[in-house]
Design a protein around this ligand. Sequence first.
Ligand code: SF4
Length: 386
Amino acid sequence: MCADQNTKTPSASLYIHVPFCRSKCGYCAFFSEPLRPGAMDAYLPLLLDEIGLWTERLGRLRVPTVFFGGGTPSLLPPEHLARIMATLRERFDIAPDAEISMESNPESASLDFLRAAKDLGVNRLSLGVQSFRDEELALLGRPHTARQAWEAATRARSAGFANLGLDLIWGLPGQREGQWLETLRRAVELGPEHLSCYGLTLEPGTPMAEAAETELQMPPERDLAHMYVHTGELLEDAGYMQYEISNYARLGHACRHNQACWEGRDYLGFGPASSSTLGPYRWTNPEDLRSWTELVRSQRLGLHQRETLTPEIRAQERLMLALRTTKGLDLAEYRSLSGANLLTTHKAIIQALRQKELIRIHQGRLRLTRIGMLVSNSIIRALGFE
Ligand code: SF4
């Protein structure tokens, strides 16, 4: 388990998965179910029991960050959110300066909900906008319009959120670069502190992946490369710094929760489909409500299908996560984790990648260039798994 640097108390970030959405988006591979009457009421006591179970096992951990993800956490009734926050504060030492983030969707982020969330301590809001073009939102199967997204961002400010993030998706079927940049400029006009810009991935089994086999036309590789590079340029000109392949923030507003996960710190997940990494162990809760319910009731959560992280797995993960960030991989840290010098074991590949200007090595760190980030998966495979 990680230890808080000041107090030496064991610490972990917390993730809470709210597994309900108003409807299912066409590209979504996250675990969520359409919200049915009574489903939240059934979920809440189980979630609170799961939190209690872990604090009985681990004691009172210090918590630097909390993240409500999903699913759609903004579908939580405020009184449910109040019970969850009260339980977290009762059971954990939530740091006074803790980052408490919440994902939310424009159509469910009402002013009342946002005010309640803010009053309960949520201090970072991540709004799922995805596009400011109605035809693209319809194509994605999003349950809101561009106008609703704009209004939700304005409501978030009225509710007092000083740390606002917008999530966007680029590289949609039939999308031209100018259309994507139009969405991005609209997003910048709102002045958020954080922007996540994800390239659309067609996950197998989703309706969009199936439609892409017959009717949808994905943009050519060359256009996708332009969209990615121009995204970084536009956002840097607007005062955002890239800190991960898909994430940009104004100074001091990078998401601390995600950074902790990428840096390999401990995190504890609650709710179906949530993952946890604690010391040498990793596990993922079942991706269905019934199995999760059974495991909570039988108190077997986390003891079931637990993976042990060997030093070799840890080193591979370190490399994979660090290369996604603009800080890059600390080569000395990698050497102490893996016992291997990457510059020697992968000398020929590293030379070739440097010549193609896909990576840079500076002050003991290996980083991907922006073009390198476009082909990050191949580079990570070549350096970490071959
Ligand atoms: S709102 Fe988010 S989690 Fe829910 S279906 Fe859409 S993409 Fe998936």
